[in-house]
Structure formats: structure tokens, C-alpha cells
Design a protein around this ligand. Structure first.
Ligand SMILES: Cc1cc2nc3c(=O)[nH]c(=O)nc-3n(C[C@H](O)[C@H](O)[C@H](O)COP(=O)(O)OP(=O)(O)OC[C@H]3O[C@@H](n4cnc5c(N)ncnc54)[C@H](O)[C@@H]3O)c2cc1C
Ligand SMILES: *[C@@H]1O[C@H](CO)[C@@H](O)[C@H](O)[C@H]1NC(C)=O
Ligand SMILES: *[C@@H]1O[C@H](CO)[C@@H](O)[C@H](O)[C@H]1NC(C)=O
Ligand SMILES: *[C@@H]1O[C@H](CO)[C@@H](O)[C@H](O)[C@H]1NC(C)=O
Length: 535
């Protein structure tokens, strides 16, 4: 593509040495900046939009690290972007695509930076690369009258929820639980939260979208066509174009919702009676009730135990909740004292993990309540309850790791009603719950492979108890263990992870990709491959 061989090799040399030779570094950026100027009429102040190591290393690192969630992808040995560009106008995104293409620069798109494998700020397969960070495109326009909103990709879900609640106490949106998630990457991968059993995923509630395609054109739903509109609602980020904004459908929420968290140790749940009952009822409870189970390891009288926390949001008041629980899940022993009534917005703060009474304005700060760590995660879908013997072995494994966590997330309700092929997200009828496995370790702990081996071993142990053929996985819990593209991967090479994330929808995603981006301009370690490559 358009750039001379010598120029490219200078570029490669510069970035592979990762030492700063001002002349060559300046030339890459200068060419890019010149090209941007030629392709947009909207001014961008360089000092606020361009971040490069040669310009100011500390500023550059600060911007790179700002929203990056996984410290494992920020270590010294990880490849770093040549520069970071933060568009302040939609036309800058268009110009970035035109110019990257022209200059042969590989770029990654970042909205909220929560990608589990750092794909929005690290490329392990292509050098050099740059990052286009959409954090300055974060406008939110709520239209209560027609139950909709336009939200730009760089906004967080926390901001979105806050802005909705500012306009109305009885409107909400059913997306992620963690308030710092970026709307751009999150919704395009599915986006589940505590209202999924009532209303489905964020991606199930999208009405329209604005994207920039591989030619630098802005397209809305009508202009992109129904195939592409289908693909971007669940087909995950970085394959089809840059999402600029979503038009979402707001959903009704009651004025008062109720939350609770009840924690049991292994010793308090003798014979796994409570956990076993949860596995039977979790997907069959009324759709207004979402009870997930969070597993942690905790100190217990000088030894260790596993705690199971039943963490819940109910779309209704305390009295109604107590009635439901008495009838459907008395084993938990929920009491009125365990329950807190609050607004839907306050329940977001609660379920995000902030301590109670944290003001809701925290949702505007793009912060997570937890410190950043190194982490590795994986996911599974469960279709029949895991027997006690299986649970026993699982607990044994958990007790072997320093900071393990598991989250079991109930399905059923609306999730079971939406057909598998409605959007690319295929995990619907028949799923009782999803498992997320996580292991965290602090920055100072260098035993990376020990922790990764631990989670792989647990995953292997769980094989008989979870979905198979394919073993399903959630694409927003990106897991490169499932497979990694080489540059210009073939469909065959991508089939294994493609089937896990999308089941049969993978084939349709490949068709859409081949049509809208035949040159594979938008690519990363697990981007949807095109049909044109045959190997
Ligand atoms: C702490 C934490 C909590 C989470 N909680 C939930 C949860 O409750 N529910 C849930 O469903 N998921 C959850 N996730 C997973 C989350 O949905 C995904 O990581 C999601 O991809 C994050 O989107 P992002 O914009 O923040 O991330 P990014 O890292 O910015 O992007 C993710 C991917 O999408 C691409 N991308 C980003 N922006 C765009 C764009 N505008 N156009 C096209 N491609 C783009 C990136 O290149 C990357 O490949 C959680 C993740 C973390 C780390
Ligand atoms: C570099 O950036 C830091 C902020 O990270 C700022 O304090 C400092 O003044 C900048 N240095 C220069 C030379 O601009
Ligand atoms: C801790 O051990 C003591 C003595 O064995 C016992 O009395 C107590 O109940 C234990 N506490 C817990 C929380 O198990
Ligand atoms: C990948 O595909 C593009 C477009 O078809 C081509 O220009 C490029 O040379 C390919 N790269 C490799 C490494 O095969």
C-alpha cells in the first residue's frame, strides 16, 4: 500500500529498536499529521491529540496506561505503539483510516481499554503499530420522549447510565456491570449486565449505529446495510470498522430496585446444598431477578476457604423480592435485613463493587473500584448442573491459587427467548449459566507462567462439566489460548476460536467481513478473517 519499501524499513527499524531517533520518528508522524490535515477540515490541537515517546515520554506513558486494564500488557517487554492519536472530531477518525492505509501503518482502536488480552493497545503480531484512542469522542444525547439515546464510543457505560438517570428515574439500559467499560468495544462484543434476564444484552438493544468503514466513509444503519449492522452487534471490535456511536433503546426500570449480597464459606454450605440449588433455579427465577455467584479464596482461622457470594439486583421492592426468594430459593436464607432498596442508578454503583454510599457521581470518573493487576481470564457455558463431585475438585483447585476468582452468571429469561442467529452472540437457550475464571496477581509478582498454568489447568479440569462441540466462550472475555491469527489468517485457522465465540454465526461473520473489508485492513490477533485468504 502506497508507501515506499525504504520508508517502511526505516519505520520498522525505528520501532524495533525502540530507541528514539528523532529524525525518522518525526518523519512517520509528520507524514501522518500532514496527511490528516489534508483529509479533514476540522482543526486538532497537536499537544492534546498526539502522544509520542519522542515528544514527551512521561505524557505518552500516562496516556497509554490511562485506560489500559491489564497490567500484564504494559510490561517493558510488551510492544508499544509508535504514537497515540486521540481524534476530537469524527472526521479525524475518517482521516486516520485514509492516512494509515496510505502510509501502511497498522493501528489499533481503543474505546475503554478493557480488552482482556490488551488488543486495543498492544499488537504482538505486527510491528510497528499505533493506537487510535476514542476517549475524546464521548458525547451522550438522551431522548426520553422516544426512549432512545445516541452515545459515542469513548463514553463509559457508567457515564451513560448516569446521563440516562439524570433525565429519568424510570429509564435504564441493560449493559455491563463495571462502570468504566467503554461503550465502543463493550457493546460490539455483546454487553451483559444485571438486567440481561429481563431485556437481553446491550447489543440486543441497539437501534442504529455510525461507523467508519475501511474506506474512511461514515455509514449509518441504512447505509451499511443489515448484514453489517448484524455483524457489529456482537461480532466484536476491530474487524468491520470503527464504531463512532450507537443509538440505543432505553428500557423501563422501576423507581425502586433491591440489592443484596449474601456470602457463605465452604463450611457454611455443607454438601454444597445452596450452590446446587442455585444451579437448578438461577435461570428459572422471575426475569426481574438476577443472582450471580462470586467465588473468592479467603483466610479462615489460619487456613483458607472458598467464599461464595450471592450478589443480586432485583427490579422491584424488598417485599416482592422476599416473596420470590421464599418460594424459589429459600435455601439461601435471605432476610429483609440483607436487602437494600435504592434507585436503579445506585444499584449500578453497588453492583460495580463500590462501597455502599459512594455517591453516584463516581460513575462519571471512569474509575474501577478495584486496583489494576495482572490478570488472565477464561470463560465457559454450563448447560447442566455441575454435580457435587465436580464442585469438590473445583474448590480444591481454587484453594491452590493466590488470588483466584470465579463468577457464575445466570442466563434464562429473555436470553433464552432470543434466537441464536438474531445477532452474532449465540449463547442463548439451554445455557443455565456462564462461568468466568480469573486469576489476578500484583505487578511485583513475576511468576506469570505459574498463574497462567494454574488457570489452564482449572479450565482443563472443568471440561466434562461445560459445553462442548464447540466449547463455547464469550468474545468480550477475549482469550488468546483459544487461538491466535497470523497476519492474514485463513478462515480455517480461525475456525476453532470462531466457533467457540460465535457458533454457526462465525460463517456469516466471515461473509460480511469479506464483503466490507476484503483487504483485511481491520485486523488483530482474533479479528474475523476474510474468505480471500486460502491456506
Ligand atoms: C473489569 C472488567 C469488567 C468487565 N465487566 C463486564 C460486564 O459486566 N459485562 C460484559 O459484557 N463485559 C464485561 N467486561 C468485558 C468487556 O465487555 C470487554 O473487555 C469489552 O471489549 C471492553 O470494551 P472497551 O471499549 O472498554 O475495550 P477496548 O479494549 O477499548 O476494546 C475492546 C476491543 O474492541 C475494539 N474496539 C474498541 N473500540 C472500538 C470501536 N469504537 N470500534 C471498533 N472496535 C473497537 C478494540 O480494538 C479491542 O479489540 C469487563 C471487562 C473488565 C476488564
Ligand atoms: C511532559 O508531560 C508531563 C505530564 O505527564 C508534564 O508534567 C511535563 O511538563 C511535560 N514535559 C514537557 C517537556 O513538556
Ligand atoms: C475458628 O476456630 C475456633 C477454634 O477452633 C472456632 O471456635 C471458631 O468458630 C472458628 N471460626 C470460624 C469463623 O470458623
Ligand atoms: C496481507 O494481505 C494484504 C492485502 O491482501 C497484502 O497486501 C499483504 O501483503 C498481506 N500480508 C502478508 C504478510 O501476507
Amino acid at each position: 500500500m502506497g508507501v515506499s519499501k525504504t520508508f517502511l524499513s526505516i519505520l520498522v527499524l525505528y520501532f524495533s529498536l525502540y530507541t528514539i531517533t528523532p529524525t525518522s520518528s518525526a518523519s512517520v508522524q509528520d507524514q501522518f499529521i500532514n496527511c490528516l490535515h489534508k483529509n479533514t477540515h476540522v482543526y486538532f490541537p497537536l499537544e492534546n491529540t498526539f502522544f509520542a515517546p519522542a515528544k514527551n515520554v512521561s505524557m505518552y506513558s500516562q496516556v497509554l496506561e490511562s485506560t489500559a486494564q491489564n497490567l500484564r500488557y504494559l510490561t517493558k517487554s510488551m510492544p508499544k505503539p509508535g504514537f497515540i492519536f486521540k481524534p476530537v472530531h469524527e472526521s479525524h477518525v475518517q482521516a486516520s483510516i485514509i492516512c494509515s492505509k496510505k502510509l501502511g501503518i497498522h493501528f489499533r482502536i481503543r474505546s475503554g481499554g478493557h480488552d482482556y488480552e490488551g488488543l486495543s493497545y498492544v499488537s504482538e503480531i505486527e510491528k510497528p503499530f499505533v493506537v487510535m484512542d476514542l476517549s475524546k469522542l464521548r458525547q451522550i444525547n438522551i431522548n426520553i420522549k422516544d426512549n432512545s439515546a445516541w452515545v459515542q464510543s469513548g463514553a463509559t457505560v457508567g457515564e451513560l447510565y448516569y446521563r440516562i438517570a439524570e433525565k429519568s428515574r424510570v429509564h435504564g439500559f441493560p449493559a455491563g456491570l463495571c462502570s468504566s467499560l467503554g461503550v465502543g468495544g463493550h457493546i460490539t462484543g455483546g454487553a451483559y449486565g444485571s438486567m440481561m434476564r429481563k431485556y437481553g444484552l446491550g447489543a440486543d438493544n441497539v437501534l442504529d449505529a455510525k461507523i467508519v468503514d475501511a474506506n474512511g466513509k461514515i455509514l449509518d444503519r441504512k447505509a451499511m446495510g443489515e448484514d453489517t449492522f448484524w455483524a457489529i452487534r456482537g461480532g466484536a471490535g476491530g474487524s468491520f470498522g470503527v464504531i463512532l456511536a450507537w443509538k440505543i433503546k432505553l428500557v423501563p426500570v422501576p423507581k425502586t430496585v433491591t440489592v443484596f449480597t449474601v456470602t457463605k464459606t465452604l463450611e457454611q454450605d455443607v454438601g454444597n446444598k445452596i450452590l446446587s440449588k442455585w444451579q437448578v433455579v438461577a435461570d428459572k427465577l422471575v426475569n426481574e431477578l438476577f443472582i450471580r455467584v462470586i467465588f473468592n479464596v479467603a483466610a479462615n482461622n489460619g487456613s483458607k476457604t472458598v467464599t461464595t457470594s450471592y450478589n443480586s439486583v432485583f427490579l422491584g421492592n424488598k417485599r416482592a423480592l422476599m416473596q420470590v426468594m421464599k418460594k424459589s430459593f429459600p435455601e439461601l436464607g435471605l432476610t429483609a435485613k440483607d436487602c437494600l432498596e435504592m434507585s436503579w442508578l445506585e444499584s449500578i454503583v453497588y453492583i460495580s463493587g463500590f462501597s455502599s454510599r459512594t455517591p453516584t457521581t463516581v460513575l462519571l470518573q471512569g474509575k474501577s473500584p478495584f486496583p489494576k493487576n495482572n490478570f488472565k481470564a477464561k470463560s465457559d457455558f454450563v448447560k447442566k448442573p455441575i454435580p457435587e463431585l465436580g464442585l469438590k475438585g473445583m474448590f480444591k483447585k481454587l484453594l491452590k491459587e493466590d488470588m483466584p476468582m470465579m463468577i457464575w452468571n445466570p442466563y434464562g429469561g429473555m436470553m433464552a427467548k432470543i434466537p441464536e442467529s438474531q445477532i452474532p452472540f449465540p449463547h442463548r437457550k439451554g445455557v443455565i449459566f456462564k462461568i468466568q475464571y480469573v486469576t489476578n496477581w500484583p505487578e511485583s509478582d513475576r511468576r506469570t507462567s505459574r498463574h497462567i498454568n494454574w488457570i489452564r489447568d482449572l479450565y482443563s479440569y472443568m471440561t466434562p462439566y461445560v459445553s462442548s462441540n464447540p466449547r463455547q466462550a464469550y468474545v468480550n472475555y477475549r482469550d488468546l489460548d483459544l487461538g491466535k491469527n497470523k497476519i492474514n489468517a485463513s478462515v480455517k485457522q480461525a475456525q476453532s476460536w470462531g466457533a467457540s465465540y460465535f457458533k454457526d454465526n462465525f460463517n456469516r461473520l466471515v461473509k460480511v467481513k469479506s464483503k466490507v473489508d476484503p483487504e483485511n485492513f481491520f485486523r488483530h490477533e482474533q479479528s474475523i478473517p476474510t474468505l480471500s485468504v486460502r491456506r
